[in-house]
Design a protein around this ligand. Structure first.
Ligand code: P6P
Length: 317
């Protein structure tokens, strides 16, 4: 079976940019291995629970959020091709350009779904890679379609890394015996009109009534089971492999609806990845690829899924 280094070398295409991107993917894989090691032992190392503080979203930061964020920052800031970092756990961009006027930007959620940690449910690291000509703050806000790579590392019953460099979506599984990521699924293509429905039913009364009705009709018309893991990275992984629908709509009172999911390092990378696998993603009710971010920590609504299920859903809007 092909290891990740073997796969990356075999797909170099001989151009400089591919080499740089492959080195970034290799570093993210290394960070994922370190985070996986901590996640597996979190209950033994007193890494459960809150770190005592809030992030920019006023979410309570878990100890493992902080730890994972440090691992990602330490490894990625040492990569000569990366000039800027953005993280759910960092209020502002982290300039690691060292005077270079071009390179790549990596936005990441170091540990998505961290409220699952203490109950041993899946969590994951999500990443998005964008090109930059030096205006780091501005270049992070580029549309999803400008991403040159995106993916995640999912810490579940096994640790898997799923990503695309724009030429197909591939899954690598961490072999605990030798510490290598091994190619386990190449060119993932989403099954259509099948799979599970995933959204938090609690939000229905607090969302746009027309969209709530579309959610209800999708459930009634498809009569499919519902799954809600509480970690977007895990729900999207299941949707990639089984087909289906994942959503987190804007919610609020009195028509003042606001998104919950983070555009930069949840919705943009995972939505783009779903589209790379033949699915469809709508962020803030717009097609994903042309949508720029308003700010680094913008929150949006997300509806994504296999192409057939999304066609049916959109017919109800
Ligand atoms: P709720 C995790 O905090 C997250 O941002 C997504 O990964 C997940 O899908 C969602 O929030 C869960 O939200 O309201 O069901 O806890």
């Amino acid at each position: 079976m092909k290891t990740l280094p073997h796969y990356l070398l075999a797909h170099l295409e001989g151009n400089e940019r591919q080499i740089e991107l492959n080195l970034i993917i290799a570093d993210i894989a290394d960070a994922g291995k370190k985070i996986a090691h901590e996640v597996q032992r979190s209950g033994l190392l007193d890494l459960h629970g809150a770190a005592g503080g809030q992030n920019v979203h006023d979410d309570e930061v878990q100890k493992l959020d902080e730890h994972s964020n440090s691992i990602m920052k330490d490894i990625l800031s040492a990569n000569e091709h990366i000039i800027g970092l953005a993280s759910e756990e960092e209020e502002d961009v982290v300039d690691v350009s060292n005077g270079k006027d071009h390179g790549y930007l990596v936005a990441f959620d170091p540990l998505d779904g961290s409220s699952n940690i203490d109950i041993n449910m899946p969590v994951g690291t999500i990443f998005s890679v964008l090109p930059s000509a030096g205006d780091i703050k501005e270049d992070f806000l580029q549309p999803a379609g400008k991403q040159v790579a995106a993916g995640y590392v999912l810490y579940g019953s096994s640790t898997v890394m799923v990503f695309s460099l724009g030429n197909g979506v591939h899954e690598f599984t961490l072999d605990p015996d030798n510490g290598e990521f091994v190619l386990t699924t190449e060119n993932i293509k989403m099954l259509e009109n099948t799979g599970y429905i995933a959204y938090n039913p609690y939000v229905l009364p607090n969302m746009d009534p027309k969209k709530a009705e579309a959610y209800r009709q999708l459930c009634d018309q498809t009569a499919r089971s519902m799954r809600w893991i509480g970690a977007m990275v895990a729900d999207v992984h299941r949707t990639l492999f089984k087909g289906g629908f994942f959503a987190y709509p804007s919610v609020g009172k009195g028509g003042n609806y606001k998104g919950k999911l983070r555009m930069q390092y949840e919705a943009k990378p995972l939505g783009w990845l779903v589209e790379q696998a033949g699915g469809k993603a709508i962020l803030d009710d717009k097609p994903i690829n042309d949508l720029t971010s308003s700010d680094l920590h913008q929150k949006v609504s997300v509806e994504l899924g296999d192409a057939g299920t999304m066609r049916l859903f959109e017919s109800f809007l």
